[in-house]
Design a protein around this ligand. Structure first.
Ligand SMILES: [Zn+2]
Ligand SMILES: [Zn+2]
Ligand SMILES: [Zn+2]
Length: 166
């Protein structure tokens, strides 16, 4: 495993992950001529608070009250999440019904996610290499995939070290 792939499993200054993600999002929205509104940005920041997936209702509970002192409506969160998904800034994990920030938005990629069943850490694999590996197998079957979407449950290296594995 290349160094950069494994880095999320090491302890790191997560602040850099968050700020990097926000910067990438602003850049991508500018390039595409779409608006990263305050609400969308707030939701993205909350999704990125850790490398663990988060559900829409958890997000809703953490959003600040809006201007008239009320909790934002669930539709506000869902609309923001739809926008973020549409632009590849977050991914939805169907097996967990939760969302995770994408570490390399804007690139054409598939979604292969390693989900730790102990600490819920989610690591997204670089899609290009997964595609190179899997494509010949699928071609051999004469199968044409729409996308390579995989959610793989297991135990992350950190939890294995802590003796939580197997
Ligand atoms: Zn991080
Ligand atoms: Zn991604
Ligand atoms: Zn783990």
């Amino acid at each position: 495993m290349a160094h950069q792939d494994a880095i999320a499993y090491q302890s790191h200054d997560h602040h850099h992950c968050i700020e990097g993600a926000m910067k990438a999002a602003r850049q991508l929205c500018r390039q595409r001529g779409v608006q990263l509104t305050g609400q969308r940005e707030a939701v993205l920041r909350l999704v990125w608070q850790s490398h663990r997936p988060v559900g829409a209702y958890d997000l809703l509970g953490q959003l600040p009250d809006n201007r008239n002192g009320r909790k934002p409506a669930p539709t506000t969160v869902y609309r923001a999440l739809d926008f973020l998904r549409e632009h590849g800034l977050v991914h939805r994990l169907d097996s967990l019904n939760a969302y995770i920030g994408c570490p390399h938005p804007g690139q054409q990629h598939d979604g292969v996610f390693l989900i730790c069943r102990h600490c819920r850490h989610v690591q997204e694999l670089p899609g290009e290499r997964v595609r190179q590996t899997l494509k010949p197998l699928l071609t051999a079957q004469g199968f044409s995939p729409d996308a390579l979407l995989m959610e793989i449950p297991g135990v992350c290296p950190r939890c294995q070290q802590d003796g939580e594995g197997a």
